[in-house]
Design a protein. Structure first.
Length: 199
């Protein structure tokens, strides 16, 4: 790929991943050292034609990276936030962006942990969790799970007959026990990422 085009793609990936907001054409031009916004438009057009991003016709700041685009940029998309809080205080699906709909196509993605129920497993409030799509991990795996079709949470998975136990890793928080048919495991926690400067 043309180097300047790759710079634009990587800048887009960082901005969307961190700010969850598409930058303006002027911001892209400044970020990659281009003096002309028209040149940025040309690069974006090429990236779109080659399948690295999609744009809504006539809408500014509508560029979205495709799976191919995320892969080329070497970035992992952050799809939203996931509850690691007490009981059923899970973040609603609407607040987890497109996780439930696009999970398996993404293959891997980041979710931000909210809460303290998994501190015993090293997961703290604000940590970024690298999730790998896996609908049937073994018992004892820390997973991102959808409960009752409405809420998602991160817990340690145990199957108990017709029920599933999502175990908290903090004595001050209760486990979640639900019928197996009401729990949909979306993926396993592969890695915990923490910004060292945030504390």
């Amino acid at each position: 790929m043309f180097p300047k085009r790759l710079e634009i793609l990587r800048f887009l990936a960082r901005e969307v991943g961190e700010r969850r907001n598409t930058p303006t054409i002027s911001e892209m031009a400044r970020a990659v050292g281009l003096g002309s916004t028209q040149t940025v438009h040309l690069h974006l057009g090429t990236l779109e034609r080659e399948g690295y991003l999609s744009r809504a016709p006539g809408k500014a700041r509508s560029a979205e990276l495709t799976e191919l685009g995320w892969e080329a940029a070497g970035e992992i998309p952050t799809l939203g936030r996931i509850a690691a809080g007490p009981g059923m205080e899970a973040v609603r699906v609407e607040e987890v962006s497109t996780m439930a709909r696009e999970l398996f196509g993404a293959g891997r993605f980041l979710l931000e942990a909210i809460g303290q129920s998994m501190t015993g497993a090293g997961i703290e409030d604000g940590d970024q969790l690298l999730i790998v799509a896996d609908p049937s991990p073994p018992d004892g795996t820390i997973v991102a799970a959808l409960i009752g079709g409405e809420r998602v949470t991160v817990k340690r998975l145990f199957r108990e007959g017709e029920n599933v136990r999502l175990r908290a890793e903090n004595g001050e928080h209760k486990d979640i026990v639900a019928p197996a048919e009401d729990v949909e495991v979306h993926g396993r926690v592969e890695l915990i990422l923490r910004r060292p400067w945030r504390r």
